[in-house]
Every structure is written in C-alpha cells, then in structure tokens.
Design a protein around this ligand. Structure first.
Ligand code: ADP
Ligand code: MG
Length: 250
C-alpha cells in the first residue's frame, strides 16, 4: 500500500514552481519534507491533495489513480491535508468546527433530508460522538465549547489535526504543524502523531523545525527551487553537502 506522486509539474503564469517532483511512501509511513521558503512544498501539498490541478503528473493512492479527483473526493478515499495557516471557522466552537469537517454530513443531501427525516438526527448524533472522541484524543476538552477564534496558535494547529481526523483518514498531510507552537505543545502534538501512526495512519509532514521533525520521521525529502534535492534517512540526508548548501546555508 503506497502513496505516489509521479513527475508533478506546476506553473503559475509560466513560472515553474514544481519541476518533475516524485514522492513515494508507504501509506502508513512517517515521512518529512523540508526545504527553504518558496521551494514549493505547500504547492506540492495543494496539488497532491486536489486543491489545485498539476500542470502535469500523476497521483496514485493505494494503487488507485487520483488524477482529476476533487479535494473532497480524495478526503473520502482517506487522504487529507492541513494548512500552513489554520483555516478554522473562528465564529464556530471547536466542536462545531470538527463536526463541519466531516464529509457527507447530515443535510448535505436534500434527498436524504426529505426521504428519511429520522436520519438527520441520527447522523448528527454520530457526528457529535465522533467529534467528542477527537476532542478527548487531542485533549481539547476544556475548549470544546469555545469559539475557535479564541484558541492559541498551538491549539489551532491541534484543531487542524482534529479536522483532518474527522474524515477517518489513512494518510494525513501536515503543513508546518509546529510553526508558532510552544515547545510543550510541540511535544504533545508529536506524541499524538506517533500514537495515530501506531494505529496505521500515515503522515507526510512539512516542517521548519528540523530538530522536532528529524526526531519524528523515518524518511526525509528535501526540496529546493521546485525540485527534489535529496531523500533518505534523515541524519544522512541532512549531512549531504548539497542539502547543507541549499537549506542550511553551507
Ligand atoms: P513553500 O511552501 O516551500 O514555502 P510555496 O509552495 O508556498 O513554497 O511557494 C512556492 C512558490 O510558488 C513561491 O515562489 C510562491 O510565490 C509561488 N506561489 C505559490 N502559490 C501561488 C499562487 N497561487 N499563484 C502564484 N504563485 C504562487
Ligand atoms: Mg509553505
């Protein structure tokens, strides 16, 4: 069971942001992606999660082509991303944000609404139960009924992870989960990621905090100027001269 992105290219107005980027990882792997600002990391996430089409290239998930699929169709297949800047609904509570993130929620289909009136209440109950599970897992109990806009930066990152968990994912793409998060909460988020990975959920993680990331992942990709520069075991990759030149400034 593998996730693969093959020869992904992406250009904005003729400016090539991704140039033949290929990634391959086990669906239950724990893999990191680093690279200087502007390398194209977030754009790669947008393309492979279906938020924008590639100029060319292919994505396969557990042997199935995802080319042309919408982001929500990809999420229903089990691949979901978080955003570098959290996209919570600030006026909704934490629990409401989680419930809104689930795919195929009650009320989405009008025919369901008219044909099976009891279903809505039943679905909403199941959805709330799922949200409460995620809240307990992420230790967000104390803020479950607070407006998401009032959360700290770190709590918003946790909520992003929680929104991803609502779709019962197989592979989660995390875009800078530790950015702006205090060290105590970083340790906690890392622990949750390890726990989820132990249950078979894969992670592909963009992160600037190299120290935290290399403690977490078993495989590392490095991007620079839209292309993969190196990949492999984290310590070995970070020791490569080309990586140090491009990323660490020599
Ligand atoms: P990273 O996440 O590695 O910092 P990004 O993927 O955000 O890099 O950006 C890569 C490059 O693509 C940057 O030069 C950025 O300005 C450009 N870029 C990103 N998104 C867009 C867009 N929607 N339109 C035009 N250019 C973009
Ligand atoms: Mg980025």
């Amino acid at each position: 069971m593998t996730f693969e992105a093959v020869d992904i290219c992406k250009a904005f107005d003729g400016f090539e942001v991704l140039r033949n980027v290929s990634i391959s990882m086990p669906l239950d792997g724990l893999v990191g992606l680093i690279g200087p600002n502007g390398a194209g990391k977030s754009t790669l996430f947008s393309v492979i999660s279906g938020f924008m089409p590639p100029s060319s290239g292919h994505v396969t998930f557990d042997g199935m082509s995802m080319d042309g699929m919408s982001a929500s169709a990809r999420a229903r297949q089990g691949m979901v991303r978080t955003f570098q800047v959290p996209k919570e609904f600030s006026h909704l509570t934490v629990r409401e944000n989680l419930m809104a993130a689930a795919p195929g929620q009650a009320g989405e289909s009008l025919s369901g609404l008219f044909l099976r009136p009891g279903l809505i209440r039943q679905q909403e109950k199941a959805l709330k139960a799922r949200a409460d599970e995620v809240i307990a897992f992420l230790r967000l109990d104390r803020v479950a009924d607070s407006s998401a806009g009032l959360l700290s930066g770190g709590q918003k990152k946790l909520l992003e992870l929680g929104r991803a968990l609502m779709v019962e994912p197989r592979l989660i793409l995390l875009d800078e989960p530790f950015a702006g998060v205090n060290p105590v909460l970083i340790a906690e988020i890392m622990e949750r990621i390890r726990e989820l990975n132990g249950r078979g959920i894969g992670f592909f993680i963009i992160e600037h905090d190299l120290e935290a990331l290399t403690r977490l992942v078993s495989h590392l990709y490095v991007m620079d100027q839209g292309a993969i520069l190196a990949e492999g075991e984290p310590a070995a990759v970070l020791a490569e001269k080309a990586v140090r030149d491009a990323y660490l400034g020599g």
